[in-house]
Design a protein around this ligand. Sequence first.
Ligand code: NAP
Ligand code: GDD
Length: 383
Amino acid sequence: MKKVLITGITGQDGSYLAKLLLEKGYKVYGTFRRTSTPNFWRLQSLGIYSKVHLIPADLLDMGSMIESVKVSDPDEIYNLAAASFVSSAFEQPVGNAEITGLAVTKLLETLRFLNPNLKFYQASTSEMFGNVNSSFQSEKTPFNPASPYAASKLYAHWITNIYREAYGMFATTGILFNHESPMRGLEFVSRKITNGVAEISLGLKDELVLGNLHSKRDWGYAPEYMEAIYLMLQEDKPDNFVVSTGETHSVLDFVKLAFSLVGLDWKKFVKIDKRFFRPLEVNYLRGDNSKIKKKLGWKPKTTFEELVKIMIDEDVRRWKLFLDGKSFPWDAPLYPSESKIITRQSKENREASESNNYLNRSNIRKKTRKVNHSYLKKIGTDL
Ligand code: NAP
Ligand code: GDD
């Protein structure tokens, strides 16, 4: 059975990727951050919470990241964890550089020492293009980042390319354009719009306050993009791939369509507030996906109109559940069972460390204790 480690498994992409890889028969490990409010709603909504193996790790804490690699002993790593909200990177640029940028070098160094042969995926982004003068952006378009987030991601992108070239590591990047879904965080404009429109349509709210309506984005459907990144790691050689729909729409197009789907006139409800504008904006993104189409046979299926409808329908459904006295899927659950979490102190962790291959491969030290086969059998199912 192939094993995978997904950093950022609690995020939009991490949860969809985990679902996809479980369906493909992988044993799925994922890192999560211990926070005062648990964030497992996506894994729970997708019905996979009890099927994944959770390892507490923070990109800012290198030891915990090493531990996550050691314990999971993966064939593939997808590095999806990042501080991914562009606006907040303007508020916390140094933290963003450390999490979104520098931590990738630490992770690559870890792999170089522990297992340079595994396949590594880095989540690069169309934000790295910034404001360019080309109607489509491809793998060959020069980068011109316009936010601290984009600068951090560009550093991570280059360092991944450097490790590939310098050490022959299988280090692939996907330059993904915006991709959305009902699992998107509420701070991103797509979910902010669909959630707001759902509330307005049910009489729970009477305005939607937004920022710049004129920027354009190439918006795709997130689960399909996870299929694309999976395909990248099934290749024999590492590479860089743009993933996009090839279409672009303004925020205003998104707004108009969302309101029209619930039969309302957007002009009556949308207000503009400068507080949602950015110090520097990326005005236009549209990806050229011809390389991934040709080399991997991947292409987007869900149209812009279908995407907005999927998101509106799901937000309306969730608010109706709320009105019926039922809970939201994003209501913070308690940590349902601590026994599901593999901690540094747990017996499982120590035994897994001894039974995985790194110690043999790297000859760091010899195994001193017997492998606990009953544990291996146990983690082969559900914890
Ligand atoms: P997301 O929903 O914001 O998820 C980000 C994940 O990173 C969450 O699991 C988060 O954990 C984790 N994380 C944040 N800071 C961390 C830290 N210090 N240590 C460990 N984990 C940390 O983002 P997404 O939309 O799934 O995107 C996945 C990746 O693709 C990100 O790297 C993003 O930058 C990149 N990307 C996204 C898009 C897009 O349109 N969605 C496009 C291009 C690239 P918590 O749950 O604890 O916050
Ligand atoms: N978030 C937000 N909130 N954005 C708004 C608002 C608002 O109220 N009003 C207008 N916008 C505009 C932003 O200024 C931006 O031009 C556009 O909507 C999209 O903003 P986001 O949804 O926050 O996404 P993003 O494009 O900045 O970044 C996302 O996509 C990147 C890939 O291009 C994130 O997922 C990044 O992590 C990802 O790398």
